[in-house]
Design a binder for this molecule. Structure first.
Ligand SMILES: NC(=O)c1ccc[n+]([C@@H]2O[C@H](COP(=O)([O-])OP(=O)(O)OC[C@H]3O[C@@H](n4cnc5c(N)ncnc54)[C@H](O)[C@@H]3O)[C@@H](O)[C@H]2O)c1
Length: 298
């Protein structure tokens, strides 16, 4: 029963249809599961389950059935040698589930051009929706009721179907932008690039403050009085400089790889990846920040 004070999509009214399968049930998959509360989910073991509160008691679904939509939130790690985005798990699951899914929606961050390629290869609609939910404290887009927008890239028919599905589980103010899947893939990378540059900028303000005996908080407060500069990503942690984390660490080298492959390198990006790796040398990061053999070094 729905409890007062915990707003959520009303499963009886909006959520029996569409039939949704969440492929990958980690951070992103579970977040999508909060929107599509009746969705089934599957992980690497291939066992399809219903979403239940008690994780010790998952309910198994007898057989796969047919799904209107499959939302893919599987890992897309970096090739440690070159930095290229490895989309092999995305491809594997499209191939595996294509016969029981009408439309795929990729929430994983994928190499630009992946959705078009898979759509043609497997003859099934494969759309892209950049995911913005983060894992940091107080992330502005973490709460469902703050979901302001969805971007859905793909062919016209599929994006229209998916938009209708999202309309049912989002509030009326949320905007849905449809576009080409390639455009959605590019948007995701450049959103991360923008965040990375902001972190880099504020770290340089911090560095200048230290060298010039100026208080960083005063500089930050003064700079952000100008409404054109806001405070997002302006925290600088004295003992944790630069950027790392699950997403930027793999997505920045992947973007650099792709643009160099296209013969149009983003040299500022490449330089910033290197600078950041130098700054973070002492931190023993879990995630690799620089490819072993960056293509821009050849
Ligand atoms: N975490 C975030 O805040 C965030 C934000 C935006 C985009 N993304 C992107 O979303 C993707 C997933 O990220 P995440 O943080 O949710 O990862 P995660 O590691 O938390 O979850 C990945 C899930 O995929 C499952 N999985 C692995 N192989 C599978 C297979 N063959 N079949 C089915 N399921 C399989 C895992 O068991 C796990 O449940 C990545 O591409 C990431 O870059 C993440």
């Amino acid at each position: 029963m729905k409890q007062l004070g915990t707003p959520q999509p009303d499963s009886d009214v909006v959520n029996k249809e569409p039939r949704v399968l969440l492929i990958g049930y980690g951070w992103v998959g579970q977040y999508m599961g909060k929107l599509f509360t009746e969705a089934h989910y599957v992980e690497g073991d291939g066992i399809i389950k219903t979403q239940v509160k008690n994780e010790d008691d998952p309910q198994f679904v007898e057989n796969c059935g047919k799904y209107d939509l499959a939302i893919i939130g599987v890992p897309t790690p970096m090739n440690p040698e070159t930095g290229q985005c490895n989309v092999s798990i995305v491809e594997e699951v499209v191939n595996k589930y294509k016969d029981c899914v009408d439309i795929f929606l990729v929430k994983s961050t994928v190499e630009i051009g992946t959705c078009d390629r898979l759509e043609k290869k497997y003859n099934v609609p494969v759309c892209m929706s950049p995911e913005y939910v983060g894992e940091t404290l107080g992330h502005p887009l973490l709460e469902l009721d703050r979901t302001q927008f969805q971007i859905i890239g793909g062919n016209k028919y599929a994006t229209r179907c998916i938009s209708r599905m999202f309309q049912k589980v989002l509030h009326a103010d949320a905007q849905i932008l449809t576009c080409e899947s390639r455009e959605a893939e590019i948007i995701k990378y450049f959103e991360n690039y923008w965040i990375m540059r902001r972190v880099g900028f504020w770290n340089e303000v911090f560095q200048a403050g230290m060298m010039l005996d100026a208080n960083f908080e005063t500089l930050r407060n003064g700079l952000t009085l100008d409404p054109r500069l806001n405070r997002t990503h302006s925290n600088v942690y004295r003992d944790n400089r630069g950027w790392a984390g699950k997403c930027l660490s793999k997505d920045m080298p992947a973007l650099a790889f792709k643009m160099r492959e296209l013969g149009s390198p983003l040299e500022t990006l490449e330089f910033m990846i290197e600078q950041n790796a130098k700054i973070r040398k002492e931190y023993n990061d879990e995630n690799q920040l620089m490819p072993n053999k960056p293509t821009w070094k050849k």
